[in-house]
Design a protein around this ligand. Sequence first.
Ligand SMILES: C[S@@+](CC[C@H](N)C(=O)[O-])C[C@H]1O[C@@H](n2cnc3c(N)ncnc32)[C@H](O)[C@@H]1O
Length: 288
Amino acid sequence: MAHAHSHDQLDWSARLGPMRRADEVESDVLRTVARRLLALLPARPVVVDVGSGTGGMACALAEEMGDEGGRIVLVDSEPALQAVAEARVREVVGDRVDVVTVLGDAMELADLVPPADLLWASGVVHHLPDQLACLTALAGLLRPGGLFALREGGLNTRCLPWDLGLGEPGLQDRLIAARDAWFAQLRATMPDSVRLPLGWNLALVKAGLVDVASFSYLVDLPAPAPAPVRHAVADWLGGLAAVAGPGLAQSDQTTLRRLLDPDSPDWVVDRNDVFVLGASTVYLGSVA
Ligand SMILES: C[S@@+](CC[C@H](N)C(=O)[O-])C[C@H]1O[C@@H](n2cnc3c(N)ncnc32)[C@H](O)[C@@H]1O
């Protein structure tokens, strides 16, 4: 087995709860995306989900395979997330779909996964030092005619009204800007980091893929939102606060503490004016 590790020094296991809850609230839209991708594949496809996290998309793909089934390979470098993903997919699809797990690094999967009809990589490639080398390595896991589906980019998710009635208006814009600065620093200090001065469509072409195209989908969970969505908003805000909060002014940090404290009268989960609105882009390319 490959030595499994991420390259970004992030503690992915600490994100298990928020990732799991995000999977739940996005399950309907993920199933729509899964259906669209599976329509492009042969029957009983082999699907490899690299950086599968807590398995939200793997569940959607496995469910949408229907009675014919297929095989789904869950690849991640973090065992705690992979265990959750595996249990969740098995619970959802029973024996209809073969479920295989590979604990490994996205850069070192040759010989560890079967030739894939679909390679799904969502939100993982931008955590690798050399993103083009990673795309090229992942493309090499596809069988001839196989489809690469890369989810990267889109629009920043927004969840809060502009004026929350506490602190200064515009908190989420300042958080997103600080998060972007944190991410740039993360990439700049990652060992062996290489810039990718291209859009993802051109990167897929450079990785040797043909018929490159893209589409985007909305995640639109409007206000007033049910409790699971409001908890997902708290997760989103907590995630941003963890990486971007220290860079903000004291007044914004105070606002964040109040919004994130379940004992505060300002706990964000108790607000009926929060929502989830974002857009994700899926880049497609095929092996000639
Ligand atoms: C942002 S999460 C995305 C999870 C899921 N694909 C999604 O879109 O919700 C990144 C995932 O990639 C995994 N990961 C990070 N670096 C990796 C690497 N070098 N090889 C394999 N998986 C990696 C993390 O453990 C985590 O599960």
